[in-house]
Design a protein around this ligand. Structure first.
Ligand code: AGP
Length: 610
C-alpha cells in the first residue's frame, strides 16, 4: 500500500532527484508521510517528513543530499501513526543501514521484544524498523546474505529495499506478497513498487516473484532465491507512455479518467468483437471449449469497486451462459471453510492486480481445485501472472484513487467473457450479434453521457453540503447504486449508502426526510415500473429525488426533483452509462467541498495488505 523506489547509477544522475520524481508518481499508493535515504561521501543521509512529496522536495532543497544511489518511500501507515519519526526509511542502531518497506511484518512485536532484549534501541513504532535491526544482527559476508538470513525470522508481507553504508552502490531488494519490480537502464538500475515511478528513465522492467532477492549495482543486477540460487526473470517492456500518467490539463486524474471513458471502453473492445459470428475474441482466457462446457458454477472474487463490477457481471454471465454465479467479498471468501470446487470457474476482478485479499482469494480457490481467471488492468501484475488465464482491460494507468474508467471497462470485459462462454454453451446467434452491435455503439454513448457534466455540476452545488445520501437501484443497476454511494463516500466524505430499492422499506426508509438526497438509478428497463413505486414511497416522506434515467423516458413526470438522462442501450450494458453521472456528481461535490479528489484521506490506490 506504500510506494518504494530505489536507484543506483554510478554517478550518472543525482540519486535524490530521481528518487523524489519517482516518489511523486507513486504517491497514489499512500501519502501520509515520505522519506529518502541517499548514500553520500559521509555515509547514509536521510530526510523524512510527515506530509507529501512536495514537502520532502522542500526539505531536501533546504538540506540537500548528494549521492549516486539511494532509496525512498511514500507511506500508508499500518503500524505507528503517520509522523516524521515513523516515516521510512528506517535505520539500525549504528545507522549503517536504511530500509524502505511496503507490507506488514506480522511478527514484528515478537521480533522487537527479542531484539530489545539483545540490546537494540528502537526509535519508532513501526513494524518495518525490526527489519533494519534484524539485518544489523544477521551474520554474512554480503548485504544480500545478511538480508536473506534476517528474512528467515520474518512472518508477513514485504516489498523492501535495503542500502548499507559499507557497500555504497548496492541495493538489495526482497519480495514476499507485495509487488516490486526492477528497472533496467544503461549502467543504472531501479527498483519500484510500480512502473510509473521509473518510466521516465527506462521502459525495461523485471517483475520479481515471491521469494526473490535482487541485488542491484551500477555494474548490473541479478536475482536469487532464499538458497542463493540464481533465478532467471524476464525483462518486459512498458507499453504505455508518460502522457498516460500526466494530468494533460485536467484538474485531477479522476476528472481525466472519467473523461477518458469513451476511449478506454473502445480500447477494452479493440480487436475483440466478431460481428458476423456474434462472438468475442478473448485470447488469453486459456479455456478450451471442453473447459467452457464443463463449468457448473462461477464465483467472482473482488473488493471495492471491482466487487460492484462483479455484481453487474453476475447478471450478465447468468443471462448469457445460464451458469449460476456467486459474487464474494474476497476478504471474506479467503477465510471461509473451503469445499472442493472441481467444476467452478473463479474470476478475480482487480484493477491493480495487486489487491492482497483478491490475490489470496484466487489462491484459495485454486487450492480447492477451481480454474481461476483474472480481469485485470495492470499488465504484469501479480494476479495477472498467477491466474490460469484472463482478460486485460487495456484501460491505461488509473491514477485517481477513486476507480472510474476501470469500472466501466470491467463491465465491458465481463460482457465479452459472457459472450464467449455463451457462444460455447449455445447462446443464439441473433442474441449474440445484437449484443456485439450494442457493445460497438458504447464508446459513442459514453461520450453522450459525459455531456451531462454541466447539468451535474449545477446539481452538485445543490447537494455539496449534504450530510448523508441514499442511492437506490434494482436489478443490474443495484450495483451502480452501490458504486455511486462508494464514489461519494470515498472522495467527499459524505456518508452515503447504496441499497436495492425494494429493500428500502425494510429499514432505510426511516432515514428519509427533506434533507436526505435520494439518488435513483432508474433506466427504462423491465424493473422500471417497480422503481416508480419506490420513488412514490420516498416522495411521500418528503425525500429529494435525483433520478438517473434514460433518454425518451417521459414516465417520471414530477416524481423526481432532478433528472439526468443517459442514452438507451441494452439493459445489461446500461450500468456503463448510468454510472457516468454518478461519477461526475461525486467528483463535483468533492471539488466544491475542497476535498483532495485524487488523494482522499485514509485511502490508497492499491491495497496490498490485509
Ligand atoms: C475504488 O474507488 C477504490 N479505490 C477501491 O474500492 C478499489 O476498488 C478496491 O481497493 C479494489 O482495487 P482493485 O480493483 O485494484 O483490486
Amino acid at each position: 500500500m506504500c510506494g518504494i523506489i530505489g536507484y543506483t547509477g554510478g554517478g550518472q544522475h543525482d540519486a535524490a532527484s530521481i528518487l523524489l520524481r519517482g516518489l511523486g508518481r507513486l504517491e497514489y499508493r499512500g501519502y501520509d508521510s515520505v522519506g529518502v535515504a541517499v548514500q553520500t561521501d559521509l555515509g547514509i543521509a536521510t530526510r523524512k517528513v510527515a506530509g507529501r512529496v512536495p514537502d520532502l522536495w522542500e526539505l531536501v532543497a533546504r538540506m540537500p543530499v548528494y549521492g549516486a544511489s539511494g532509496i525512498a518511500h511514500t507511506r500508508w501507515a499500518t503500524h505507528g501513526a503517520p509522523t516524521t519519526r515513523n516515516a521510512h526509511p528506517h535505520a539500525d542502531c549504528g545507522e549503517r543501514l536504511a530500509v524502505v518497506h511496503n507490507g506488514i511484518i506480522e511478527n514484528a512485536d515478537a521480533l522487537r521484544a527479542a531484539l530489545e532484549r539483545a540490546g537494540h534501541i528502537f526509535r519508532t513504532e513501526t513494524d518495518t524498523e525490526t527489519l533494519a535491526h534484524l539485518i544489523e544482527d544477521a551474520p554474512g559476508d554480503t548485504l544480500e546474505a545478511r538480508v536473506i538470513t534476517a528474512l528467515e525470522h520474518v512472518v508477513g508481507t514485504y516489498g523492501l529495499a535495503v542500502i548499507c553504508a559499507d557497500d555504497p552502490d548496492k541495493i538489495v531488494v526482497a519480495r514476499q506478497g507485495s509487488p516490486v519490480l526492477l528497472g533496467v537502464g544503461d549502467g543504472e538500475y531501479f527498483v519500484a513498487s510500480d512502473a510509473a515511478a521509473i518510466l521516465e528513465y527506462t521502459r525495461s522492467i523485471v517483475h520479481l516473484d515471491d521469494g526473490d532477492i535482487a541485488v542491484l549495482t551500477p555494474a548490473g543486477y541479478h536475482v536469487v532465491d532464499r538458497e542463493s540460487h540464481v533465478q532467471l526473470r524476464a525483462v518486459d517492456d512498458i507499453t504505455w507512455d508518460l502522457e498516460a500518467i500526466e494530468l494533460n490539463g485536467y484538474a485531477h486524474f479522476m476528472q481525466k479518467e472519467i473523461a477518458e471513458q469513451p476511449e478506454t471502453v473502445r480500447s477494452t473492445l479493440r480487436g475483440r468483437l466478431v460481428f458476423d459470428d456474434g462472438a468475442a475474441r478473448v485470447d488469453g482466457l486459456n479455456l478450451t471449449s471442453a473447459d467452457c462446457a464443463a463449468i457448473r458454477q462461477i464465483t467472482i472474487v473482488a473488493c471495492g469497486t471491482s466487487w460492484h463490477a462483479g455484481l453487474v457481471g453476475r447478471h450478465t454471465l447468468e443471462t448469457l451462459t445460464q451458469i449460476p454465479v456467486t459474487v464474494e467479498y474476497a476478504s471474506e471468501y479467503r477465510y471461509r471453510r473451503r469445499i472442493p470446487l472441481p467444476s467452478t470457474l473463479t474470476i478475480a476482478i482487480s484493477q491493480s492486480g495487486e489487491t492482497a485479499d483478491t490475490l489470496e482469494a484466487l489462491r484459495a480457490a485454486r487450492a480447492a481445485g477451481s480454474r481461476v481467471i483474472g480481469l485485470v488492468n495492470v499488465v504484469g501484475s501479480t494476479i495477472a501472472r498467477e491466474a490460469d488465464g484472463g482478460i486485460y482491460l487495456h484501460a491505461g494507468p488509473e491514477i485517481g484513487v477513486a476507480s472510474t474508467k476501470a469500472f466501466t471497462s470491467q463491465i465491458v470485459a465481463l460482457t465479452l467473457l459472457g459472450l464467449h462462454l455463451g457462444r460455447e454453451r449455445g447462446l443464439g446467434l441473433e442474441e449474440r450479434q445484437d449484443l456485439v452491435c450494442r457493445l460497438a455503439q458504447l464508446p459513442g454513448l459514453v461520450a453522450q453521457a459525459l455531456q451531462l457534466e454541466p447539468e451535474v455540476r449545477l446539481l452538485a452545488e445543490q447537494f455539496a453540503q449534504a450530510r448523508n445520501a441514499l442511492y437506490l437501484g434494482r436489478g443490474v443497476n443495484f450495483p451502480v447504486a452501490l458504486e455511486g454511494a462508494l464514489k461519494l463516500k470515498e472522495i467527499s466524505y459524505i456518508h452515503a449508502e447504496g441499497y436495492p430499492a425494494a429493500e428500502m422499506k425494510h429499514g432505510p426508509i426511516a432515514l428519509i426526510d427533506a434533507d436526505m438526497p435520494v439518488v435513483f438509478v432508474a433506466p427504462h428497463d423491465d424493473v422500471y415500473p417497480k422503481l416508480l413505486s419506490n420513488m412514490q414511497e420516498v416522495k411521500a416522506r418528503g425525500g429529494r429525488i435525483i433520478a438517473i434515467t434514460t433518454e425518451g423516458n417521459g414516465g417520471l413526470g414530477t416524481l423526481a426533483d432532478y433528472q439526468l438522462r443517459v442514452p438507451q442501450t441494452a439493459p445489461l450494458l446500461s450500468p456503463i452509462l448510468t454510472v457516468i453521472p454518478l461519477q461526475l456528481l461525486a467528483y463535483h461535490i468533492a471539488v466544491l467541498r475542497g476535498c483532495d479528489v485524487d488523494r482522499p484521506r485514509n485511502l490508497a490506490k492499491s491495497v496490498t495488505v490485509e
